[in-house]
Design a protein around this ligand. Structure first.
Ligand SMILES: [Zn+2]
Length: 415
């Protein structure tokens, strides 16, 4: 049974009526600095306590999973969850947003205090307003509105507000996936990437590989290069050789993705010598690789190792490889999966927009669920200003996304 248009329009007018409350909660939450402690911030605990007491004040039961973190002075990293019960109690639609933010960066680039939200021109400016504050608040209020709407839900609907997304999710989603049982039938929405029109539903992510290559030669005075071996020249040659061979070996395109190819980009170099007139004896460069999910990182790494061996035998160079970060892509979520179809339908019913399924080169925690075999849709309406100075959230998106999230369970076929 589909909900009568009446239910969706009642939901929509309830949310419009409560827009002031949504905004007020958002502003108060953004005032609580939750910069990731691994990035020098105070962490998520104060923000988590604020969210928890708000939810409890609204009559929600809140569970808390504190991940021990011995490297943090307050000892634990909070993850909180709440859930409304539906007809099928074995299955839950989870909205998953993160509480931590990146630091504000250079203060002089901000036009206002990043921790004192400024409202101007329909936008709320603050660190974390877009990433991931807007979606946290939209998910939270979607639950609140569903609760007060009182319609029968086809399955449970819940939200997780997690720690540590900005720094690898070791104390957030990765910890939860070990200590909390999500079930394979659960439906996951990760509203932590999106597009300004709100029409891109992300269902696939690329493999991510960051690696470092160090070349070692012999450091000498730059006026007598023949006495030494220039590690920087070796590094440059090798970086270009890898750039060429990786692009040649992984040529496939996949039009689901915005950059439809696998990307292999030389990025950072380590400082070698501090002065111009010394030939470097050690040199290091880094690559950022985003590889289409149809390829495996095992094969990319074995090709990189083969190139290094060739280079070593050709130049007699001493080279070594270090993996800085590796995140293998989980299987893409099918566009015909229940969660993909529900999100598409909710967007169309609430905003009247036709959406499209996409893949991205970035990675969200959605990939961690996909690797566990749980279909996951990543969606939100954002201008993509996260991590920037003067980060903001559009209030219209905040409210509209709340309506879309709340509509998702109401559109399920089992209703
Ligand atoms: Zn984020």
């Amino acid at each position: 049974m589909q909900p009568s248009p009446d239910v969706l329009s009642r939901l929509s007018s309830d949310i419009d009526r409560d827009a002031g409350k949504v905004q007020d909660f958002f502003v108060r939450m953004l005032r609580i600095n939750a910069v990731n402690p691994r990035m020098g911030g105070p962490g998520e605990i104060d923000r988590a306590n604020f969210i928890q007491s708000f939810l409890e004040g609204e009559g929600f039961d809140v569970s808390r999973v504190d991940a021990p973190d011995s490297g943090y002075k307050r000892g634990v990293r909070p993850n909180i969850c709440t859930r409304l019960e539906g007809a099928d109690k074995r299955k839950t639609l989870w909205f998953l947003a993160h509480m931590d933010t990146v630091p504000e960066g250079s203060a002089e680039l901000w036009n206002s205090d990043p921790f004192e939200p400024k409202i101007e021109g329909g936008k709320i400016f603050a660190r974390g307003a877009e990433d991931n504050g807007q979606s946290l608040v939209s998910s939270l209020f979607a639950l609140r509105e569903l609760k007060s709407l009182g319609e029968r839900l086809p399955f449970n609907v819940g939200a997780w507000f997690v720690a540590d997304e900005e720094c690898g999710s070791n104390y957030g989603v990765k910890y939860l996936l070990e200590h909390f049982s999500f079930s394979a039938g659960d439906l996951i929405v990760v509203p932590d990437a999106g597009s300004p029109k709100g029409t891109d539903i992300e269902i696939a992510e690329k493999n991510l590989l960051w690696f470092k290559v160090t070349t070692r030669g012999k450091q000498v005075h730059a006026s007598l290069p023949a006495k030494g071996k220039n590690a920087h020249r070796l590094g440059m040659k090798l970086a270009l050789a890898l750039d060429e061979s990786l692009h040649r070996q992984y040529p496939r395109r996949n039009d689901l993705f915005d950059d439809p190819s696998s990307t292999f980009e030389p990025t950072k170099v380590d400082p070698n010598v501090p002065n111009v007139n010394t030939i470097p004896g050690v040199d290091a460069f880094y690559f950022d690789c985003r590889v289409l999910p149809e390829y495996s990182l095992d094969s990319v790494l074995s090709d990189i190792n083969a190139s290094l061996r060739d280079f070593t035998s050709q130049y007699g160079a001493d080279v070594s490889l270090e993996i800085i970060q590796r995140d293998d892509a989980g299987p893409a979520t099918s566009p015909t999966s229940e969660i993909a179809r529900l999100v598409e339908k909710a967007i169309s019913r609430v905003t009247k927009k036709q959406s499209q399924f996409v893949g991205i080169g970035g990675q969200t925690v959605g990939n961690l669920f996909r690797k566990k075999g749980i279909p996951t849709a990543v969606w939100s309406t954002v201008d993509e200003v996260g991590h920037e100075p003067n980060e903001y959230s559009r209030i219209a998106n905040l409210i509209s996304d709340t309506k879309v999230f709340a509509a998702v369970p109401l559109l399920a076929d089992s209703q």
